[in-house]
Design a protein around this ligand. Structure first.
Ligand code: AMP
Length: 299
């Protein structure tokens, strides 16, 4: 196995990948903001299984953070990330400087890409500028990397839907693939931001996932009133200490529109703030095991 290559310039990455494609190789792309965990690595492993050359990008994109968000304190571990990426089958690690990605400065990006229909609900309500920043950086990465298969996690389901639609609407030569959410043993979805949780908050944080599973179980056992499901999920989260509910939603998995009638096709979403950490999660109703206990919070 050749050692993983480190690339920091756009020109260098293009040259490396154009050469690979000319030689008949396929390219897999895994965009991340680093501080890698098993969720990120599952995307790299999927790419390594399906593509000849795997590129992982690590770039904490300032455009997708609002001024009051955690850009300055976002966790970073460049050396640990490189070792983990290499272990998961990454061939090329692209870590550009801010000036490489935004040569005119982050506040002087005059061009944007947006998918307003899909960006105005759920995360888009609490984070109004977030998806504009995501779309812009992902469009840049797609242009830099070129023809590839790009792997995104269902952990950020709304982001995945938006990126998929953007790639299709703008004819990027990119196949967007969604990968399942990787969870801690107690059900908490892995996230770089989980590091912000205190021990007490960490102990309670799985309530978000439990609430979504409770909603899914209710739908599976015949509840069709989506508001009833929202109330059930909200109640579960609000019964737990320390968490501050942002939203729960019962939505169409493709359009992300809120539903009034819940069915097995629906997807359930939620966001809760625990101290400095804002956690999001989602489940497909059909994906939740039909039987078996749903662990309830022991308070
Ligand atoms: P981030 O570094 O948070 O921007 O995430 C980079 C990619 O990893 C995105 O496509 C995320 O959806 C994905 N990802 C993050 N956490 C998980 C997880 N727990 N399971 C699966 N994918 C994840």
């Amino acid at each position: 196995m050749p050692a993983m290559e480190h690339v920091s310039t756009i020109a260098g990455l293009r040259e490396r990948l154009d050469a690979a494609r000319s030689a008949g190789a396929t390219v897999g792309l895994v965009p991340t903001m680093g501080y890698l965990h098993d969720g990120h690595l599952s995307l790299a492993r999927a790419a390594a299984e399906q593509c000849d050359v795997v590129v992982m990008t690590i770039f904490v994109n300032p455009l997708q953070f609002a001024p009051d968000e955690d850009l300055a304190t976002y966790p970073r571990d460049p050396e640990g990330d490189a070792a983990k990426a290499e272990g998961a089958g990454v061939d090329v690690l692209f870590v550009p400087e801010l000036t490489e990605m935004y040569p005119h400065g982050r506040d002087a990006v005059l061009t944007g890409v947006a998918v307003p229909e899909l960006s105005s609900v759920m995360e888009g309500v609490s984070r109004r500028t977030h998806f504009g920043g995501v779309c812009t950086v992902v469009a840049k990465l797609f242009n830099i990397v070129g023809a590839c298969t790009a792997y995104f996690g269902e952990k950020d389901y709304q982001q995945l839907a938006i990126v998929r639609r953007m790639a299709s609407d703008l004819s990027f030569p990119v196949d967007v693939v969604g990968c399942p959410i990787v969870r801690e043993p107690d059900g908490l979805a892995m996230s770089s931001r989980n590091v912000y949780l205190s021990d007490e908050e960490r102990a309670v944080a799985p309530v978000l996932q439990r609430a979504l599973r409770l909603g899914a179980a209710a739908i599976r056992s015949g509840t069709t009133n989506a508001d009833e499901v929202r109330t059930l999920m909200r109640g579960e989260i609000q019964a737990a200490p320390l968490g501050e509910l942002d939203y729960v939603e019962v939505a169409d998995p493709d359009t992300l529109a809120p539903l009034s009638v819940a069915s097995r096709d629906a997807r359930l979403f939620g966001a809760v703030r625990f101290g400095r950490a804002r956690l999001i999660d989602n489940v497909g109703v059909a994906d939740v095991a039909p039987s078996g206990p749903i662990p309830l919070l022991d308070t």
